[in-house]
Write a protein that binds this ligand. Sequence first.
Ligand code: NAD
Length: 490
Amino acid sequence: MTFVLFGATGDLAKRKIFPALYNLYLDQKLPQPISIIGLGRGTLTHNDFQEKVKESILTFSRRLEHDAGEMGDFLEAFRYNTLDVNNTEDYQKLLQLVKQREAELQIKENRMFYLSVAPKFFDIIALNIRDSGLGATNGWKRLMIEKPFGRDLQTARQLNKKLSSAFEEEEIFRIDHYLGKPMVQNLEALEFANPVLQSIWNREHIANVQITASETVGVETRAGYYDQAGAIRDMVQNHMLQMLMMTAMNLPKKINASEIRNEKRKVMEALRPVTKEDVQTQIVRGQYLSGEINGQKVPGYKDEPGVDPSSNTDTFVAARIWIDNPFWSGVPFYIRTGKRMKEKSTRIVIEFKNSLDLHYINDNQKVEPNLLIIEISPGENVSLQLNSKNPMNNGKIEPVRINFSCEDSSRNGLGVPEAYERLIYDFLIGNSTFFAHWKEVELSWEWVQPILDAFEENLLPLHEYSSGTYGPDAANTLLLENGFKWWLDE
Ligand code: NAD
């Protein structure tokens, strides 16, 4: 097969894609023979390009030791072609190179195109693949595209229309790298492989669900992009809603891509729409002020390089979401995501109903609810909070956490395959389970659009929060209104 990488001289290729291909190769998961063609705007010889690939692997691969022979064999698959996305002649040169390599290696015309370039190029490239003849293969073809997929409902629809004129939906793989994270992929297994959890994974037993994705970093060097996007586009429309879908979907009878995506779509269809009027009561938006993180003073968002000093961009969003189906009705899902928060953590906390007859046992002692805590990153863990008598504390009932760490898989020193490795492998074998279907993307934008409009029209306050905190107080109020609190904030 042929793997064509647009944006092969970019940052993502260097940090994630080449190391992922290399690790797949060593794990014998890269089909052989394979032709890998990198494209970029600049001029490079094939040799220079192979050196760049090697350098990126030595710097970023999860494997720390390298065998020169294996490395050499791997690099042999790589060729480079200069290509300007707008220049049709360049696509013809690319087609010649693709065909030449197919003939040399005697490989079938199975072609995959990975667009690791700025989103404004997605449609132009897809149309040129169609028009140049690159897409007219005797085998199969696939397209993988990076985020973001549009910047609102309308632009996402326009983009999809163009992509659909060059590729079928089954041929399009939309990356959401959160879906490549082991613990997100583990969510369905936790439920289907554990009858105990399966029987309580519903509104009868669950009081609320809390999904957090917090970062300690600020906008860094990405102000040009981020100031136009905000947390709502950067995190909520894609990653947060994908995690919500994976948590809330009904277990399909068969675990396969189409059934899982079908169930995810049903979750999105059941999300209670937030009207522009509701935004004030259901959504909290925030922006970070200066503060201290890990003992270091950091500037406020408005003082970051490249940020408009009068910017109203959201660096924090929290939301209360209702899923109006028989399975979840009455159970609030809370999501929150932000930059410059106290800790870097992605986690899902499921709080179970406290149905004890006696809420107060021994001396007015309040018993904590049971929690199922799924830590997605930086660690990979599942833990269950139960209550137990503490003999060291006069037999008081206290919460204890039973921890199931999944990090043992890194015992061999090779590290767990990264999200990109898993996703590229799925792309290679044509498994679309952990990619976003167009319907999911469209329904997510539909849900988010009134919030974007309300932000744009300043219909709700922009809460400031100090760097190094868990975000604005208003995000706590959102839960307090239903008698809850965010768990694990310390
Ligand atoms: P980058 O700016 O580092 O690289 C861009 C690549 O596009 C380069 O190879 C460059 O040669 C090529 N390019 C630019 N203009 C071109 C033109 N006119 N014709 C042909 N090629 C051209 O970008 P990146 O950080 O690697 O990001 C690539 C994609 O991945 C983007 O869609 C981005 O949103 C997404 N993404 C990046 C990251 C990351 O960590 N870098 C994370 C998630 C998603």
